[in-house]
Design a protein around this ligand. Structure first.
Ligand code: IFM
Length: 496
Protein backbone atom coordinates (compact mmCIF):
# COMPACT_ATOMS: atom_id res chain seq x y z
CA UNK A 1 0.00 0.00 0.00
CA UNK A 2 1.30 3.43 -0.84
CA UNK A 3 2.05 5.50 2.22
CA UNK A 4 0.55 8.90 1.47
CA UNK A 5 -1.04 11.24 3.93
CA UNK A 6 -4.70 11.41 3.02
CA UNK A 7 -4.78 15.16 3.37
CA UNK A 8 -1.63 15.64 1.30
CA UNK A 9 -1.96 18.76 -0.78
CA UNK A 10 0.64 20.98 -2.28
CA UNK A 11 -0.73 24.44 -2.17
CA UNK A 12 0.53 26.79 -4.82
CA UNK A 13 2.53 29.39 -3.01
CA UNK A 14 2.73 32.03 -5.69
CA UNK A 15 -0.04 32.90 -8.07
CA UNK A 16 0.79 31.72 -11.56
CA UNK A 17 -0.83 33.66 -14.33
CA UNK A 18 -0.93 31.59 -17.49
CA UNK A 19 0.20 33.33 -20.64
CA UNK A 20 0.42 30.32 -22.98
CA UNK A 21 0.04 30.60 -26.71
CA UNK A 22 -3.50 29.85 -27.75
CA UNK A 23 -3.71 26.08 -27.99
CA UNK A 24 -0.49 25.36 -26.05
CA UNK A 25 -1.37 23.01 -23.18
CA UNK A 26 -0.93 24.65 -19.81
CA UNK A 27 0.82 22.93 -16.92
CA UNK A 28 -1.52 22.05 -14.04
CA UNK A 29 -2.80 24.88 -11.86
CA UNK A 30 -0.42 25.47 -8.99
CA UNK A 31 2.45 23.63 -10.72
CA UNK A 32 5.61 24.76 -8.92
CA UNK A 33 8.44 26.15 -11.09
CA UNK A 34 11.82 26.02 -9.45
CA UNK A 35 15.54 25.51 -9.67
CA UNK A 36 17.80 23.57 -7.35
CA UNK A 37 21.30 23.67 -5.87
CA UNK A 38 23.09 21.88 -3.01
CA UNK A 39 25.17 23.31 -0.18
CA UNK A 40 28.60 21.87 -0.94
CA UNK A 41 28.18 22.53 -4.65
CA UNK A 42 27.49 26.27 -4.38
CA UNK A 43 28.06 27.76 -0.94
CA UNK A 44 31.84 27.93 -0.52
CA UNK A 45 32.83 29.57 2.80
CA UNK A 46 34.00 26.13 3.81
CA UNK A 47 35.76 27.23 6.98
CA UNK A 48 33.66 30.25 7.92
CA UNK A 49 31.44 30.94 10.90
CA UNK A 50 32.20 27.69 12.64
CA UNK A 51 31.73 25.26 9.76
CA UNK A 52 33.97 22.20 10.01
CA UNK A 53 34.83 19.64 7.34
CA UNK A 54 32.29 17.28 5.86
CA UNK A 55 33.24 14.09 4.08
CA UNK A 56 33.30 16.06 0.82
CA UNK A 57 35.90 18.49 2.18
CA UNK A 58 38.07 15.53 3.10
CA UNK A 59 37.43 13.64 -0.14
CA UNK A 60 38.10 16.61 -2.39
CA UNK A 61 41.43 17.14 -0.64
CA UNK A 62 42.43 13.53 -1.22
CA UNK A 63 44.74 13.45 -4.26
CA UNK A 64 43.19 11.86 -7.33
CA UNK A 65 39.60 11.88 -6.12
CA UNK A 66 38.27 15.04 -7.78
CA UNK A 67 39.20 16.27 -11.23
CA UNK A 68 41.85 19.03 -11.19
CA UNK A 69 42.00 18.76 -7.40
CA UNK A 70 38.95 21.04 -7.25
CA UNK A 71 37.24 21.57 -3.90
CA UNK A 72 34.07 23.29 -2.68
CA UNK A 73 36.09 25.82 -0.65
CA UNK A 74 34.75 28.75 -2.69
CA UNK A 75 32.41 27.10 -5.21
CA UNK A 76 29.91 29.70 -6.47
CA UNK A 77 30.35 31.74 -3.27
CA UNK A 78 26.60 31.53 -2.68
CA UNK A 79 27.24 31.96 1.06
CA UNK A 80 28.24 35.57 0.45
CA UNK A 81 26.25 36.26 -2.72
CA UNK A 82 22.90 34.75 -1.79
CA UNK A 83 21.24 38.18 -1.86
CA UNK A 84 22.24 38.78 -5.48
CA UNK A 85 21.41 35.20 -6.34
CA UNK A 86 17.91 35.53 -4.95
CA UNK A 87 17.47 38.79 -6.87
CA UNK A 88 18.50 36.93 -10.03
CA UNK A 89 16.01 34.14 -9.27
CA UNK A 90 13.33 36.76 -8.93
CA UNK A 91 14.25 38.32 -12.26
CA UNK A 92 13.98 34.89 -13.86
CA UNK A 93 10.52 34.51 -12.36
CA UNK A 94 11.32 31.39 -10.30
CA UNK A 95 8.54 30.44 -7.92
CA UNK A 96 10.59 28.10 -5.75
CA UNK A 97 14.23 27.49 -4.80
CA UNK A 98 15.40 24.08 -3.64
CA UNK A 99 18.59 24.35 -1.57
CA UNK A 100 20.27 22.02 0.89
CA UNK A 101 21.58 22.68 4.35
CA UNK A 102 25.19 21.94 5.19
CA UNK A 103 24.99 19.81 8.33
CA UNK A 104 28.60 20.72 9.18
CA UNK A 105 27.69 24.38 9.12
CA UNK A 106 24.87 24.15 11.63
CA UNK A 107 26.09 21.26 13.84
CA UNK A 108 29.80 21.02 13.11
CA UNK A 109 30.58 17.72 14.77
CA UNK A 110 27.25 16.17 13.84
CA UNK A 111 26.36 16.10 17.52
CA UNK A 112 25.40 18.50 20.25
CA UNK A 113 24.26 22.09 20.13
CA UNK A 114 23.79 24.06 16.95
CA UNK A 115 25.97 26.95 15.84
CA UNK A 116 23.78 30.04 15.58
CA UNK A 117 25.98 31.72 12.96
CA UNK A 118 25.48 28.73 10.70
CA UNK A 119 21.73 28.73 11.23
CA UNK A 120 21.67 32.47 10.59
CA UNK A 121 22.85 31.95 7.03
CA UNK A 122 19.84 29.78 6.27
CA UNK A 123 17.47 32.12 8.12
CA UNK A 124 18.73 35.04 6.03
CA UNK A 125 18.57 33.05 2.79
CA UNK A 126 15.00 31.97 3.50
CA UNK A 127 13.92 35.47 4.51
CA UNK A 128 15.39 36.85 1.31
CA UNK A 129 13.51 34.23 -0.71
CA UNK A 130 10.23 34.93 1.05
CA UNK A 131 10.63 38.66 0.52
CA UNK A 132 11.18 37.95 -3.19
CA UNK A 133 8.03 35.80 -3.30
CA UNK A 134 10.02 32.60 -3.86
CA UNK A 135 9.06 29.44 -1.96
CA UNK A 136 11.99 27.90 -0.09
CA UNK A 137 12.33 24.12 -0.33
CA UNK A 138 14.89 22.84 2.18
CA UNK A 139 16.76 19.56 1.76
CA UNK A 140 18.39 18.37 4.96
CA UNK A 141 21.00 16.09 3.43
CA UNK A 142 22.69 16.33 0.07
CA UNK A 143 25.69 14.03 0.66
CA UNK A 144 27.83 16.12 3.04
CA UNK A 145 28.09 14.11 6.26
CA UNK A 146 30.09 15.84 9.02
CA UNK A 147 33.54 14.22 8.94
CA UNK A 148 33.38 13.38 12.65
CA UNK A 149 30.36 11.16 12.03
CA UNK A 150 32.23 9.37 9.25
CA UNK A 151 35.15 8.93 11.63
CA UNK A 152 32.70 7.20 13.96
CA UNK A 153 31.71 4.80 11.17
CA UNK A 154 29.47 6.89 8.91
CA UNK A 155 26.21 5.68 7.36
CA UNK A 156 27.02 1.97 7.77
CA UNK A 157 26.56 2.65 11.52
CA UNK A 158 23.03 2.74 12.90
CA UNK A 159 23.86 5.62 15.29
CA UNK A 160 24.24 7.97 12.32
CA UNK A 161 20.48 7.77 11.72
CA UNK A 162 19.88 8.96 15.28
CA UNK A 163 22.31 11.84 14.82
CA UNK A 164 20.36 12.79 11.69
CA UNK A 165 17.10 12.88 13.66
CA UNK A 166 18.71 15.28 16.16
CA UNK A 167 19.91 17.47 13.30
CA UNK A 168 16.42 17.43 11.73
CA UNK A 169 15.04 18.66 15.07
CA UNK A 170 17.54 21.54 15.06
CA UNK A 171 16.53 22.56 11.56
CA UNK A 172 12.80 22.29 12.30
CA UNK A 173 13.36 24.59 15.27
CA UNK A 174 15.37 27.09 13.24
CA UNK A 175 13.36 27.24 10.01
CA UNK A 176 10.01 25.65 10.82
CA UNK A 177 8.30 29.02 11.09
CA UNK A 178 9.31 30.02 7.55
CA UNK A 179 9.95 26.90 5.44
CA UNK A 180 6.87 24.93 4.41
CA UNK A 181 8.46 22.33 2.12
CA UNK A 182 11.06 19.92 3.45
CA UNK A 183 13.05 17.07 1.94
CA UNK A 184 14.88 14.65 4.20
CA UNK A 185 17.48 13.14 1.86
CA UNK A 186 18.64 13.81 -1.67
CA UNK A 187 19.49 10.70 -3.70
CA UNK A 188 20.39 8.30 -0.88
CA UNK A 189 21.41 5.81 -3.60
CA UNK A 190 24.44 7.99 -4.33
CA UNK A 191 25.29 8.41 -0.64
CA UNK A 192 25.18 4.67 -0.04
CA UNK A 193 26.41 3.08 -3.24
CA UNK A 194 28.76 5.67 -4.75
CA UNK A 195 30.04 6.66 -1.29
CA UNK A 196 30.58 3.17 0.16
CA UNK A 197 30.39 0.85 -2.89
CA UNK A 198 32.25 2.19 -5.92
CA UNK A 199 33.96 4.89 -3.88
CA UNK A 200 33.69 7.55 -6.57
CA UNK A 201 31.96 9.80 -4.04
CA UNK A 202 32.88 10.69 -0.48
CA UNK A 203 33.85 9.03 1.76
CA UNK A 204 35.37 6.89 -1.00
CA UNK A 205 34.95 3.50 0.66
CA UNK A 206 34.67 0.37 -1.49
CA UNK A 207 32.87 -2.09 0.78
CA UNK A 208 29.75 -3.66 -0.75
CA UNK A 209 28.34 -4.85 2.59
CA UNK A 210 28.87 -1.41 4.13
CA UNK A 211 27.04 0.14 1.17
CA UNK A 212 23.97 -1.98 1.89
CA UNK A 213 24.15 -1.18 5.59
CA UNK A 214 24.43 2.51 4.66
CA UNK A 215 21.30 2.22 2.51
CA UNK A 216 19.32 0.81 5.43
CA UNK A 217 20.54 3.47 7.82
CA UNK A 218 19.77 6.22 5.31
CA UNK A 219 16.25 4.80 5.08
CA UNK A 220 16.04 4.80 8.85
CA UNK A 221 17.40 8.35 9.02
CA UNK A 222 14.71 9.42 6.56
CA UNK A 223 11.97 7.82 8.66
CA UNK A 224 13.27 9.24 11.92
CA UNK A 225 13.50 12.69 10.33
CA UNK A 226 9.93 12.43 9.04
CA UNK A 227 8.82 11.63 12.61
CA UNK A 228 10.73 14.56 14.06
CA UNK A 229 9.58 17.01 11.37
CA UNK A 230 5.92 15.96 11.71
CA UNK A 231 6.20 16.48 15.43
CA UNK A 232 7.74 19.91 15.25
CA UNK A 233 6.49 21.55 12.06
CA UNK A 234 3.12 23.17 11.52
CA UNK A 235 0.52 20.68 10.23
CA UNK A 236 0.56 22.25 6.77
CA UNK A 237 4.26 21.51 6.21
CA UNK A 238 4.99 19.27 3.24
CA UNK A 239 7.55 16.53 3.80
CA UNK A 240 9.26 14.58 1.06
CA UNK A 241 12.29 12.57 0.12
CA UNK A 242 14.10 12.83 -3.21
CA UNK A 243 15.23 9.66 -5.02
CA UNK A 244 17.27 9.35 -8.20
CA UNK A 245 15.11 6.53 -9.47
CA UNK A 246 16.82 4.62 -12.27
CA UNK A 247 14.63 4.14 -15.31
CA UNK A 248 15.95 0.67 -15.98
CA UNK A 249 15.60 -0.92 -19.41
CA UNK A 250 16.81 -4.36 -20.49
CA UNK A 251 19.01 -4.26 -23.61
CA UNK A 252 17.20 -7.18 -25.25
CA UNK A 253 14.05 -9.17 -24.64
CA UNK A 254 16.04 -12.14 -23.31
CA UNK A 255 15.18 -13.59 -19.90
CA UNK A 256 18.77 -12.94 -18.80
CA UNK A 257 18.54 -9.24 -19.59
CA UNK A 258 15.15 -9.04 -17.89
CA UNK A 259 16.82 -10.48 -14.80
CA UNK A 260 19.63 -7.92 -15.05
CA UNK A 261 17.00 -5.16 -15.15
CA UNK A 262 15.17 -6.66 -12.16
CA UNK A 263 18.42 -6.74 -10.18
CA UNK A 264 19.33 -3.13 -10.91
CA UNK A 265 15.77 -2.01 -10.20
CA UNK A 266 16.04 -3.79 -6.83
CA UNK A 267 19.36 -2.32 -5.68
CA UNK A 268 18.88 0.98 -7.51
CA UNK A 269 15.24 1.79 -6.73
CA UNK A 270 13.27 -0.66 -4.63
CA UNK A 271 15.91 -0.70 -1.88
CA UNK A 272 14.42 2.73 -1.06
CA UNK A 273 10.87 2.70 -2.39
CA UNK A 274 10.21 -0.71 -0.81
CA UNK A 275 10.76 0.27 2.82
CA UNK A 276 9.72 3.91 2.41
CA UNK A 277 6.51 3.44 0.44
CA UNK A 278 5.52 -0.19 1.12
CA UNK A 279 7.03 -0.82 4.53
CA UNK A 280 9.14 -3.79 3.38
CA UNK A 281 12.43 -4.66 1.72
CA UNK A 282 11.95 -6.53 -1.56
CA UNK A 283 12.41 -10.29 -1.25
CA UNK A 284 14.52 -10.41 -4.42
CA UNK A 285 16.92 -7.75 -3.11
CA UNK A 286 17.34 -9.71 0.10
CA UNK A 287 18.04 -12.87 -1.91
CA UNK A 288 20.48 -11.13 -4.30
CA UNK A 289 22.52 -9.72 -1.41
CA UNK A 290 22.15 -12.42 1.27
CA UNK A 291 25.84 -13.34 0.89
CA UNK A 292 26.77 -9.78 1.89
CA UNK A 293 24.45 -8.82 4.73
CA UNK A 294 22.18 -10.57 7.15
CA UNK A 295 19.05 -8.48 6.66
CA UNK A 296 17.33 -10.16 9.60
CA UNK A 297 19.78 -8.60 12.05
CA UNK A 298 20.41 -5.39 10.09
CA UNK A 299 16.71 -4.47 10.04
CA UNK A 300 15.10 -4.39 13.47
CA UNK A 301 11.39 -5.08 13.90
CA UNK A 302 10.65 -1.48 14.78
CA UNK A 303 12.51 -0.02 11.76
CA UNK A 304 10.05 -0.54 8.93
CA UNK A 305 7.09 1.25 10.54
CA UNK A 306 9.42 4.21 11.09
CA UNK A 307 10.87 4.19 7.58
CA UNK A 308 7.40 3.99 6.02
CA UNK A 309 6.00 7.02 7.83
CA UNK A 310 3.94 8.70 5.07
CA UNK A 311 5.42 11.44 2.96
CA UNK A 312 3.37 14.14 1.25
CA UNK A 313 5.23 14.00 -2.02
CA UNK A 314 8.00 11.96 -3.63
CA UNK A 315 10.82 13.92 -5.25
CA UNK A 316 12.06 12.29 -8.45
CA UNK A 317 15.41 13.16 -10.06
CA UNK A 318 15.91 12.06 -13.64
CA UNK A 319 18.68 12.65 -16.18
CA UNK A 320 19.02 9.58 -18.44
CA UNK A 321 17.83 5.99 -18.56
CA UNK A 322 19.84 2.99 -17.38
CA UNK A 323 20.17 0.29 -20.04
CA UNK A 324 21.39 -3.06 -18.74
CA UNK A 325 22.19 -6.58 -19.85
CA UNK A 326 24.14 -9.62 -18.85
CA UNK A 327 27.68 -9.36 -20.23
CA UNK A 328 26.73 -12.10 -22.70
CA UNK A 329 24.21 -9.87 -24.48
CA UNK A 330 26.57 -7.25 -25.76
CA UNK A 331 29.68 -5.21 -25.21
CA UNK A 332 28.33 -3.29 -22.21
CA UNK A 333 30.57 -2.14 -19.42
CA UNK A 334 30.17 -3.57 -15.92
CA UNK A 335 32.13 -0.72 -14.39
CA UNK A 336 31.01 2.42 -16.19
CA UNK A 337 27.31 2.82 -15.46
CA UNK A 338 27.34 6.57 -16.01
CA UNK A 339 28.18 7.32 -12.39
CA UNK A 340 31.96 7.44 -12.85
CA UNK A 341 34.58 4.77 -13.41
CA UNK A 342 35.83 2.64 -10.57
CA UNK A 343 37.30 -0.81 -10.18
CA UNK A 344 34.56 -1.37 -7.64
CA UNK A 345 30.88 -1.75 -8.40
CA UNK A 346 28.14 0.38 -6.85
CA UNK A 347 25.73 -2.54 -7.39
CA UNK A 348 26.35 -5.01 -4.53
CA UNK A 349 25.23 -8.50 -5.40
CA UNK A 350 24.78 -7.59 -9.08
CA UNK A 351 28.34 -6.72 -10.02
CA UNK A 352 28.12 -8.75 -13.23
CA UNK A 353 25.41 -6.59 -14.82
CA UNK A 354 26.62 -4.63 -17.87
CA UNK A 355 25.56 -1.05 -18.69
CA UNK A 356 24.99 0.41 -22.15
CA UNK A 357 24.55 3.79 -23.80
CA UNK A 358 21.71 4.23 -26.24
CA UNK A 359 22.94 4.62 -29.80
CA UNK A 360 21.79 7.42 -32.07
CA UNK A 361 20.75 9.86 -29.38
CA UNK A 362 22.37 13.16 -28.48
CA UNK A 363 24.66 13.03 -25.43
CA UNK A 364 25.36 15.61 -22.78
CA UNK A 365 28.82 16.59 -21.55
CA UNK A 366 28.44 13.80 -18.96
CA UNK A 367 28.11 11.37 -21.89
CA UNK A 368 24.54 10.70 -20.75
CA UNK A 369 22.05 10.09 -23.55
CA UNK A 370 19.20 12.54 -23.93
CA UNK A 371 15.98 10.56 -23.57
CA UNK A 372 12.88 12.43 -22.41
CA UNK A 373 10.74 9.31 -22.79
CA UNK A 374 12.67 7.92 -19.86
CA UNK A 375 11.18 10.63 -17.67
CA UNK A 376 7.70 10.00 -19.03
CA UNK A 377 8.06 6.25 -18.38
CA UNK A 378 9.51 6.81 -14.93
CA UNK A 379 6.70 9.11 -13.80
CA UNK A 380 4.10 6.64 -15.04
CA UNK A 381 5.92 3.63 -13.55
CA UNK A 382 5.98 5.28 -10.13
CA UNK A 383 2.31 6.23 -10.51
CA UNK A 384 1.43 2.63 -11.42
CA UNK A 385 3.44 1.19 -8.52
CA UNK A 386 2.31 3.77 -5.96
CA UNK A 387 -1.10 5.06 -7.01
CA UNK A 388 -2.10 8.37 -5.51
CA UNK A 389 1.44 9.43 -4.65
CA UNK A 390 2.05 13.09 -5.56
CA UNK A 391 5.32 13.55 -7.42
CA UNK A 392 7.69 16.44 -7.93
CA UNK A 393 10.55 16.46 -10.43
CA UNK A 394 13.16 17.78 -8.01
CA UNK A 395 16.07 17.63 -10.48
CA UNK A 396 16.37 17.49 -14.24
CA UNK A 397 18.88 19.18 -16.48
CA UNK A 398 22.05 18.71 -18.47
CA UNK A 399 25.72 19.67 -18.58
CA UNK A 400 27.15 21.08 -21.80
CA UNK A 401 30.45 22.78 -22.65
CA UNK A 402 29.15 26.31 -22.26
CA UNK A 403 31.24 29.42 -22.80
CA UNK A 404 30.69 33.16 -22.83
CA UNK A 405 30.66 34.65 -26.34
CA UNK A 406 32.56 37.86 -27.15
CA UNK A 407 29.14 39.56 -26.96
CA UNK A 408 28.82 38.39 -23.35
CA UNK A 409 26.03 35.85 -23.92
CA UNK A 410 25.95 32.11 -23.37
CA UNK A 411 24.15 30.25 -26.15
CA UNK A 412 23.06 26.77 -25.10
CA UNK A 413 20.51 25.48 -27.61
CA UNK A 414 21.22 21.86 -26.60
CA UNK A 415 20.13 22.60 -23.03
CA UNK A 416 16.98 24.33 -24.28
CA UNK A 417 16.20 21.28 -26.40
CA UNK A 418 16.86 19.03 -23.41
CA UNK A 419 14.59 21.04 -21.13
CA UNK A 420 11.85 21.35 -23.72
CA UNK A 421 11.86 17.59 -24.33
CA UNK A 422 11.71 16.78 -20.64
CA UNK A 423 9.04 19.35 -19.81
CA UNK A 424 7.01 17.98 -22.69
CA UNK A 425 7.48 14.51 -21.13
CA UNK A 426 6.18 15.86 -17.82
CA UNK A 427 3.12 17.26 -19.55
CA UNK A 428 2.48 13.96 -21.31
CA UNK A 429 2.87 12.06 -18.05
CA UNK A 430 0.40 14.41 -16.33
CA UNK A 431 -2.07 13.96 -19.18
CA UNK A 432 -1.73 10.20 -18.76
CA UNK A 433 -2.37 10.20 -15.02
CA UNK A 434 0.80 11.11 -13.13
CA UNK A 435 0.20 13.63 -10.34
CA UNK A 436 3.26 15.83 -10.91
CA UNK A 437 3.18 18.95 -8.77
CA UNK A 438 6.29 20.77 -9.92
CA UNK A 439 9.63 20.86 -11.71
CA UNK A 440 13.04 21.98 -10.45
CA UNK A 441 15.72 22.59 -13.02
CA UNK A 442 19.18 21.31 -12.06
CA UNK A 443 20.81 23.59 -11.57
CA UNK A 444 20.17 27.24 -10.93
CA UNK A 445 23.83 27.94 -11.65
CA UNK A 446 27.05 26.20 -12.57
CA UNK A 447 28.64 24.53 -9.58
CA UNK A 448 30.97 21.89 -8.14
CA UNK A 449 29.97 18.69 -9.91
CA UNK A 450 31.37 16.29 -7.29
CA UNK A 451 34.15 14.05 -8.67
CA UNK A 452 34.12 16.09 -11.90
CA UNK A 453 34.94 19.28 -10.02
CA UNK A 454 34.13 22.43 -11.99
CA UNK A 455 34.61 20.74 -15.36
CA UNK A 456 30.87 20.15 -15.89
CA UNK A 457 28.41 23.00 -16.15
CA UNK A 458 24.79 22.15 -15.32
CA UNK A 459 23.62 25.69 -14.61
CA UNK A 460 20.97 27.79 -16.28
CA UNK A 461 23.21 30.60 -15.10
CA UNK A 462 26.87 30.60 -16.14
CA UNK A 463 29.36 31.21 -13.33
CA UNK A 464 32.79 32.63 -14.09
CA UNK A 465 34.62 31.16 -11.12
CA UNK A 466 37.48 33.68 -11.27
CA UNK A 467 35.23 36.73 -10.97
CA UNK A 468 32.06 35.00 -9.70
CA UNK A 469 30.18 36.90 -12.38
CA UNK A 470 26.81 35.31 -13.17
CA UNK A 471 25.52 35.29 -16.75
CA UNK A 472 22.08 33.82 -17.39
CA UNK A 473 22.42 31.44 -20.32
CA UNK A 474 19.91 31.46 -23.18
CA UNK A 475 18.25 28.51 -21.41
CA UNK A 476 17.64 30.65 -18.33
CA UNK A 477 15.77 33.18 -20.46
CA UNK A 478 13.89 30.35 -22.16
CA UNK A 479 12.92 28.82 -18.80
CA UNK A 480 11.76 32.23 -17.57
CA UNK A 481 9.51 32.35 -20.62
CA UNK A 482 8.10 28.89 -19.83
CA UNK A 483 7.33 30.00 -16.28
CA UNK A 484 5.65 33.20 -17.47
CA UNK A 485 3.49 31.31 -19.97
CA UNK A 486 2.90 28.31 -17.67
CA UNK A 487 3.24 26.39 -20.91
CA UNK A 488 5.94 25.49 -23.42
CA UNK A 489 6.67 28.29 -25.87
CA UNK A 490 6.34 27.56 -29.57
CA UNK A 491 9.36 25.98 -31.26
CA UNK A 492 11.02 28.74 -33.30
CA UNK A 493 10.56 28.23 -37.02
CA UNK A 494 14.01 27.26 -38.35
CA UNK A 495 13.19 28.81 -41.72
CA UNK A 496 11.79 32.09 -40.39
O1 IFM B 1 25.00 17.62 -9.41
C1 IFM B 1 24.24 16.49 -9.15
C2 IFM B 1 23.38 16.70 -7.93
O2 IFM B 1 24.13 17.03 -6.82
C3 IFM B 1 22.61 15.44 -7.61
N1 IFM B 1 21.90 14.94 -8.76
C4 IFM B 1 22.63 14.84 -9.99
C5 IFM B 1 23.34 16.14 -10.30
C6 IFM B 1 24.09 16.03 -11.65
O3 IFM B 1 25.03 15.01 -11.59
Amino acid sequence: MTAVRPDATLTPTAATVPHGEPGAPLFPAGFVWGAATAAYQVEGAAAEDGRTPSIWDTFSRTPGKVRNGDTGDIAADHYHRYGDDVALMKRLGLKAYRFSVSWSRVQPTGRGPAVERGLDFYRKLVDELLTAGITPVATLYHWDLPQELEDAGGWPERATAERFADYAAIMAGALGDRVGMWTTLNEPWCSAFLGYGSGVHAPGRTEPAAALRAAHHLNLAHGRAVEVLRDRLPAAAQISVTLNLHQVRPLTTSAEDADAARRIDAVGNRVFTGPMLRGEYPEDLIADTAHLVDWSTLVRDSDLPVISRPVDVLGVNYYTPTIVSTPASGAGDTRNDGHGNSDHSPWPGSEHVAFHLAEGRPRTAMNWSVDPDGLYDLLLDVTRDHPGLPLMVTENGAAFDDYVTPEGTVEDPERIAYLRGHLDAVQRAVADGADVRGYFLWSLMDNFEWAYGYSKRFGAVYVDYASQLRTPKASAHWYADVIRRHALPPVPDAHA
